[in-house]
Design a binder for this molecule. Sequence first.
Ligand SMILES: Nc1ncnc2c1ncn2[C@@H]1O[C@H](COP(=O)(O)OP(=O)(O)O)[C@@H](O)[C@H]1O
Ligand SMILES: [Mg+2]
Length: 292
Amino acid sequence: MSSNNPFRIDNNVKRPPRDLRKVAPQVPAVDLQIQQRMSKVKFKIAVMSGKGGVGKSFVSSNLAMALAAQGKSVGIVDVDFHGPSVPKMLGVRGQALVADDKGIVAVEGPFGVKVVSIDFLLPKDDTPVVWRGAIKHTAIKQFLGDVNWGELEYLIVDMPPGTGDEALSVAQLVPNLTGFVVVTIPSEVSTLAVRRSITFARTVNVKILGVVENMSYFVCPSDGSIHYIFGENKGKRMAEEMGVPLLGQIPIDPEIASANDQGEPFFMRYAGSQTAKVFLSIAEALIKSTAG
Ligand SMILES: Nc1ncnc2c1ncn2[C@@H]1O[C@H](COP(=O)(O)OP(=O)(O)O)[C@@H](O)[C@H]1O
Ligand SMILES: [Mg+2]
């Protein structure tokens, strides 16, 4: 074997004393930056579900507004890179992310909620984001570490569906993740998928703060009768069976759908509605459970 074989171990080489050796950095710089930024955020709550289209983004956005309406300083980070919906639901689509010497400046949404989403960076409405997991991991790092979040009481993370790359990245990257809020609709198909999310949360050792049952019932506008479109209380029962709190039940309501579609922040536009009250009580429950 030639003497300049790089893999050769030469036991005769004199090593410097231990204290003089350069200490290898334990934490890469970017992670330190995440640690620093996130140390100023008291509670970090990720909103997840087993499935798409159940209302995660609607719940995240309105929960952020409900917390802010109760005087909390709130940020929301949208890590659904393939279907970013938070800017639209908060009525701040079309704004741009800018940077100054302290980092990326979040867009200011209703009630002063700080908003960060890939949507602010896409040139056109039909631009797809075609990224593999590793790139999304890097983007999540940047959203957490490069944005000047400042001092916040709550950071809400709006997740894509399921327990894939982004969920793992969020669980790994957010230091002291306070917990998950799990959204379901009261159908077997959704509750089955949500059971997987709950098991995922337990696997990664993150607390489940509770379940939000969305699209629970429909109130007929002509006679006020209640119709259970997907099933009655199936999300509630699933929460009981899994031993997690039910945070609230939200009706299926054409006004919710149209406010979201028109980019009008629902909680603000329909501040007196029953649904806005449900969001306030979910926010209160979370404030209580994070304080305790
Ligand atoms: N309670 C509700 N009543 C009526 N429409 C709703 C309700 N919740 C969500 N939606 C609508 O359903 C669609 C999916 O909601 P979204 O929050 O984007 O789901 P997800 O983030 O889970 O994919 C959106 O068009 C939204 O406006
Ligand atoms: Mg969504």
